[in-house]
Design a protein around this ligand. Structure first.
Ligand SMILES: *[C@@H]1O[C@H](CO)[C@@H](O)[C@H](O)[C@H]1NC(C)=O
Ligand SMILES: *[C@@H]1O[C@H](CO)[C@@H](O)[C@H](O)[C@H]1NC(C)=O
Ligand SMILES: *[C@@H]1O[C@H](CO)[C@@H](O)[C@H](O)[C@H]1NC(C)=O
Ligand SMILES: *[C@@H]1O[C@H](CO)[C@@H](O)[C@H](O)[C@H]1NC(C)=O
Ligand SMILES: *[C@@H]1O[C@H](CO)[C@@H](O)[C@H](O)[C@H]1NC(C)=O
Ligand SMILES: *[C@@H]1O[C@H](CO)[C@@H](O)[C@H](O)[C@H]1NC(C)=O
Ligand SMILES: *[C@@H]1O[C@H](CO)[C@@H](O)[C@H](O)[C@H]1NC(C)=O
Ligand SMILES: CC(=O)N[C@H]1CO[C@H](CO)[C@@H](O)[C@@H]1O
Ligand SMILES: CC(=O)N[C@H]1CO[C@H](CO)[C@@H](O)[C@@H]1O
Length: 652
C-alpha cells in the first residue's frame, strides 16, 4: 500500500538501492566463507560438534574453538569430545598458511594440560603426547619439525566439490551419563556396581554423623573411590595397603549356614590388620557390617614372605542373617573400612553369576604376556583341541598380547568359546607394555604371586557355572588316553576315586610329561620322517608326537581339574584352601596325562631333562582328533587372513 503512494522516481531509487545493498551483502558473505575455508581444522571441529548435537554446534566456527578450549579447565567432558573425535592429528594454524606456529593435539589423557594452549599466534609449538603426558615446548625459530613441513606442502584441492560432502564420522548419539555408567560396569571387569550406584546415590543422606551410636553410613561416592592401575581399588589402613580386585558371592553349602562375600586382594602385609566389611544390598539404605577374615593365598616357603611385598589374599566376610530378607536376596556391593561408621573410599560389585544350567569344564589361563611373541597360530590349534576334548569355555586374562593374538581371541570371543579379561598389576608394579614383561621375567616370585588373582577370579566367577575348572598354560593339554573326551574320562575317574574313598575330591590331578620341541630331530633314536605326513606344518602339537618316556615325579608340575564345589583358593598346581581338607585324586597315567609342549624343561628340572631326552616314545594319541583339528584350525586361520590368498588359489 505504501509503495503505490510513492512517486515513480522514488520507487525506482528504492529498487536500485535494494539491489546494490544485496550485492554488497552477497560479497561480504562470500568473503567470510572463503576466509573460513582457509581454516580447515576449524571447520572440521565445527562439523564434529554439529553432528553430535553438541551444545556448541550452532555458533560460528571461530567461536566454537574458543568456546571449547575455554571450557577445558572446567569440564573434562568437553575435553574428551575434542580429543576423542580427533583420532588423527589435527593442527590448528592461527592465520591462513602464513603461520609457522602450530598446535598439535595427540589424544591426550591429561586434561589439565589443555588450558595452557595459546590461542594467540604465540611463537611456540606444543606437542601433547599420550605416551608420556609430557609437554614439549620448542621454539618456532628452531622447529624444523614434521608439522611445519606438512604445512608447507602444496595442497591444491578443488574445494567446490567438497562443499556439501558429509565426512564419515561416528554418528552414534552421545550417551547420557546413566548410560555411560552402565557401559562402564562392563569395562571395569564388572567390579564397579555402577547400576546400583545410580540408585543408591538417591538414597536420603544421613543427617548428622556426630551421633556415633546410631551412625548411618553413606554409600561411597563413585567419584571419591581410590583407584589403582585401572582395575584395582586401594584401601589404606594404618600402614597397610590393600589392592582390591574383585568381590564374589559364595553361598556353597559346604561353607556353613552363613553365605559369604569373598574379596580378591593383594596386601603388602603378611599379617593384615583387622578390618570390617560394609555389605550393601539393593533397597536397603544402610550397609550390613561384618568382620573380615583373611585367607592367605600363598605358601610362606615359596618366598617373598615379607611385609612390603604384595601378597595374595582371599578376604572373607560372612553375611549375618537378616530377619525378613528372602533367601535369594543377594548383596550388591561391598566396601572395606577400619571403622564401621566411616564412609568408604572403595566399593566392589559383588559378582554372582548363576546360569540356568551348570556346564562341565572351564579352562583358566593366567595373564597372557606375549607382546612380541606371535603365538597366534599355536593358540588356534590349542583352543580347537581343547574344544574337541570338551572344554565348554576358555577364560584368558590379557596383560599384553601381540595384535595377531588379539585377532584370534576376538574371533573366539565372538564365537562364545573364549572370554578375555584385561588385567593389570596393582600397586607400584610397572604396567607399561613391554616393561611389565621384563619385570615379570626378572621377578619370578612376584609374578607367581600376581598370577593368583586371575586364577582365583576365574574360579569365583565360575563357581556356579562349571563343575570343574582347569588352570592351564597355552602350551599344555590334559589328554584323555582311553576316552575321546574329558566328560567320559572324568566319569570314569569319579567312579575309580569313589571306589578308593567314598567322597568327591577337591581336585583331580594329572601327571606332567614333556613333548619337547627337539625330540623328533634325534634321528638316530627314532626312525621317522621330520614331518608328519598329511598334516600342515604350522600345527605344532600335531607335528610333535614324540615325548619322553619318564613322567615328572608324582605331584610335581601336575595340573588339576579343580572341583568348584570344594575349592576356596587355587594355585597353579593344586588348590591351596578348600572346604575341609584339600583332597586330591591322582588320575592314573593310563587314563590321562598333561602333555606339555616346550622347547626345554623348566629350570629346576634341567638335570632330569637329560634323561627325558634319552628315553623317548612316539605318542600319537592326539591323532584321534587329527581330522577335525586340521579342518577347524585351518578354517579359522583362513578366515582370519593368515594365509596368502594367492597361494591358496594356486595350490587348489
Ligand atoms: C597413543 O596413541 C596412539 C594412536 O592413537 C596409540 O596407538 C597408542 O596406543 C597410544 N599410546 C598410549 C600409551 O596410550
Ligand atoms: C556386558 O558384556 C556382556 C558380555 O561380555 C554383554 O552380554 C552385556 O550385554 C554387556 N552389558 C552391557 C550393559 O553392555
Ligand atoms: C605397622 O604399624 C603397626 C602399628 O600401627 C606397627 O606395630 C608395625 O610395626 C608397623 N609395621 C611396619 C612394617 O611399619
Ligand atoms: C564324549 O564322547 C562320547 C563318546 O564318544 C559321546 O557319547 C559324548 O557325547 C561325548 N561327550 C561330550 C560332552 O562331548
Ligand atoms: C558313599 O556315600 C554316599 C553318601 O555320601 C552313600 O549314599 C553311598 O552309599 C556310599 N557308597 C558306598 C559304596 O559306601
Ligand atoms: C626313565 O625311563 C627309563 C626307561 O623307561 C627307565 O629305565 C628309568 O629308570 C626311568 N627313570 C626314572 C627316574 O624313572
Ligand atoms: C600378523 O602380524 C604380522 C606382523 O605385524 C602381519 O604382517 C600379519 O599380517 C599379521 N597376520 C594377520 C593374520 O593379521
Ligand atoms: C595468503 C598467503 O599468505 N598466501 C601464501 C600461501 O603460501 C604460498 C606459498 O608458501 C605463498 O606464495 C602465498 O603468498
Ligand atoms: C608474527 C605475527 O603474526 N605476530 C602477530 C601476533 O599477534 C599480535 C596481536 O595479537 C600481532 O601484533 C603480531 O604482529
Amino acid at each position: 500500500m505504501l509503495q503505490i503512494k510513492l512517486p515513480v522516481r522514488a520507487y525506482k531509487k528504492l529498487i536500485y538501492l535494494a539491489s546494490v545493498s544485496s550485492f554488497l551483502c552477497f560479497l561480504a558473505l562470500h568473503l567470510t566463507i572463503s576466509y573460513q575455508r582457509d581454516r580447515i581444522p576449524y571447520d572440521v571441529l565445527a562439523d564434529t560438534t554439529d553432528h553430535n548435537n553438541n551444545a556448541f554446534g550452532t555458533v560460528t566456527t571461530g567461536q566454537v574453538i574458543r568456546g571449547l578450549l575455554q571450557k577445558t579447565d572446567s569440564s573434562d567432558r568437553t575435553t574428551s569430545i575434542i580429543i576423542n573425535h580427533d583420532s588423527t592429528t589435527s593442527s590448528l594454524s592461527s592465520s591462513g598458511n602464513k603461520s609457522k606456529n602450530s598446535i598439535v593435539i595427540q589424544k591426550s589423557s591429561s586434561a589439565q594440560l589443555l588450558p595452557t594452549l595459546p590461542m594467540t599466534n604465540s611463537t611456540s609449538a606444543i606437542i601433547l603426547s599420550n605416551q608420556t603426558n609430557s609437554l614439549i615446548q620448542s621454539n618456532s625459530n628452531t622447529n624444523s619439525n614434521i608439522f611445519e613441513s606438512s604445512a608447507n606442502k602444496q595442497i591444491d584441492e578443488d574445494i567446490s566439490t567438497y562443499l556439501d560432502l558429509e565426512p564419515h564420522i561416528d554418528s552414534m548419539p552421545i550417551l547420557g551419563e546413566n548410560q555411560l555408567l552402565i557401559d562402564l560396569e562392563n569395562r571395569s571387569n564388572n567390579n564397579l556396581a555402577l547400576t546400583y550406584w545410580l540408585k543408591a546415590r538417591k538414597y536420603p543422606k544421613p543427617k548428622s554423623s556426630s551421633n556415633v551410636k546410631s551412625c548411618r553410613v553413606e554409600f561411597p561416592n563413585l567419584y571419591e573411590l581410590e583407584f589403582n592401575n585401572i582395575y584395582w581399588q586401594k584401601f589404606t589402613t594404618g600402614n597397610s595397603s590393600f589392592y582390591l580386585y574383585g568381590a564374589y558371592y559364595d553361598n556353597r553349602w559346604r561353607g556353613g549356614p552363613l553365605p559369604m562375600v569373598r574379596i580378591l586382594a593383594m596386601i603388602d602385609r603378611i599379617a593384615p590388620p583387622p578390618t570390617l566389611c560394609q555389605i550393601w544390598f539393593d533397597r536397603i539404605s544402610v550397609p550390613i557390617i561384618s568382620q573380615a577374615t583373611y585367607i592367605y593365598g600363598w605358601y610362606s616357603k615359596w618366598g617373598n614372605y615379607k611385609d612390603g611385598f604384595l601378597q595374595p589374599y582371599i578376604i572373607t566376610c560372612k553375611i549375618p542373617r537378616i530377619k525378613g530378607l528372602p533367601k535369594d536376596f543377594y548383596p550388591t556391593s561391598v566396601s572395606l573400612v577400619d571403622n564401621r561408621c566411616l564412609k568408604a573410599n572403595n566399593n566392589l560389585k559383588i559378582i554372582n553369576n548363576r546360569p540356568a544350567k551348570k556346564q562341565e569344564f572351564a579352562v583358566c589361563v593366567k595373564g597372557l604376556d606375549f607382546l612380541h611373541e606371535d603365538l597366534s597360530v599355536r593358540l588356534v590349534e590349542w583352543i580347537e583341541l581343547l574344544r574337541l576334548m570338551g572344554a565348554n569355555k576358555i577364560f584368558l586374562y590379557d596383560l599384553e598380547i601381540h595384535p595377531n593374538i588379539t585377532k584370534v581371541l576376538n574371533y573366539y570371543q565372538n564365537e562364545g568359546a573364549v572370554e578375555l579379561t584385561k588385567i593389570s598389576l596393582p600397586g607400584h608394579q610397572p604396567n607399561l607394555p613391554g616393561f611389565r614383561h621384563l619385570y615379570l621375567k626378572n621377578k619370578l616370585t612376584n609374578k607367581r604371586q600376581n598370577e593368583l588373582i586371575p586364577y582365583n577370579d576365574c574360579l569365583y566367577r565360575n563357581l556356579y557355572s562349571y563343575n570343574y575348572v582347569a588352570l592351564l598354560d597355552i602350551d599344555e593339554v590334559i589328554m584323555p588316553l582311553k576316552h575321546s573326551n574329558w566328560s567320559d574320562m572324568m566319569a570314569e575317574v569319579q567312579r575309580l576315586s569313589l571306589m578308593e574313598k567314598n567322597y568327591t575330591r577337591a581336585s583331580y590331578n594329572v601327571r606332567n610329561v614333556y613333548f619337547l620341541d627337539d625330540l623328533n630331530h634325534n634321528e638316530e633314536q627314532m626312525h621317522h620322517e621330520a614331518h608328519e605326513a598329511g598334516i600342515p606344518r604350522y600345527l605344532h602339537m600335531l607335528q610333535h608326537v614324540y615325548r619322553s618316556q619318564n613322567y615328572t615325579k608324582p605331584g610335581q608340575y601336575v595340573k588339576c581339574f579343580h572341583n568348584t564345589e570344594r575349592a576356596v583358593s587355587l594355585h597353579n598346581h593344586f588348590p591351596l584352601n578348600c572346604f575341609g581338607t584339600c583332597t586330591t585324586y591322582s588320575i592314573p597315567i593310563e587314563l590321562a596325562h598333561l602333555q606339555h609342549y616346550r622347547k626345554d624343561c623348566v629350570g629346576p628340572l634341567k638335570k632330569s631333562c637329560k634323561e627325558f631326552r634319552q628315553y623317548t616314545t612316539r605318542d600319537t594319541t592326539i591323532f584321534r582328533y587329527k581330522h577335525e583339528l586340521v579342518q577347524r584350525t585351518t578354517h579359522v586361520l583362513k578366515t582370519l587372513g593368515f594365509f596368502d590368498q594367492n597361494s591358496i588359489e594356486h595350490t587348489a
